[in-house]
Design a protein. Sequence first.
Length: 385
Amino acid sequence: MFADRTNWNLEPNRLSEALARHRVAGKPLIDLTASNPTECGFTYDRERILSALADPQSLSYEPEPKGLLAAREVIVGYYADRGDHVAASDMLLTTSTSEAYAFVFRILCNPGDEVLIPTPSYPLFDLLADIQDVRLVRYPLIYDHGWQIAFHALEAALTPRTRAIIVVHPNNPTGHFVKPDERSGLNQICAGRQLAIIADEVFLDFALSSKRHLSWVANSEVLTFTMSGLSKMCGLPQMKAAWLAASGPKDLKTRALERLEVIADTYLSMNAPIQHAIPEFLQQRHEFQRQLMSRVRGNLAELDRQLATQKACGRREIEGGWYAVLRVPTTRTDEEVALDLLEKEGVYVHPGHFYDFPADAYLIVSLIGSEQEFGEGIRRLVSIF
């Protein structure tokens, strides 16, 4: 009765079942996977946020497929402040980056076509691809004094059905930014094979160093789709506002935008109150990002302090984002380690295989939880090795 594309294994895994039992029993829990900024103790200007949603202009209906021009122009200003140029006409608003992915998959891929995706990476991509009848093919990020793209493996993964290469800039959870030489290599590969680049930049503003990392939004060498949104940038995942920008050779960009506009016009998914509030929400990002990066740097320093007191566990280099990748002994599977931590220490972490790490030696922790809980959680984590 149901479509094959939704024939997923919906059975909960062992760790999810254990977490549910833990919570039902009312046991104390230190959640080192916390990723919802609205639940992590950050201060928001509630009055200004709520006032922005009460703009009287929202009572008028303006069915603009690309989204209201005033909202797009504010986003253009955000990129201009970073030194990146994009035109409002080359951008459309979406309710999420997930929707942006769906739009791009639809204009690039026929059923069964392939898109390359980095691994390790966020597990949501598999569902997004399944829903759009797209096949994901992995290319590895390897670690050698920092994360980098394994270009030999990427090129070996290309087939006649490859339509695009996804880059996550910076990657979630490794925190790897695509370097200038890697960008050049990707452009060369895509130009030679008429492939598109899909750039996910939701963590772009969260670099740990003062070095400025270029956005893909003005990449002109090949057809490029760059997406971001308010969820991470402003710490407002509940507001459901994102955007998608097209760049590249003029003819290809024009044809892509024509197709994207038809899809956007068909759905008209972005609601008026959020569009009118985008200028205020973007203004709010500065204070939110200041708080969050202070938290990330503080928790990272505490993590390094505790790791320095022992030799069993270490961490991988992080360039951006708000996650840390821990390297742990391989005496057990990563799932068994996570279960042991939960059941014996009341600490919840994600095993590396959730993100397609190729070995059992990795755990993933979030750096945005409260400093006190984070420090205690890491103390309990290292104590079991």
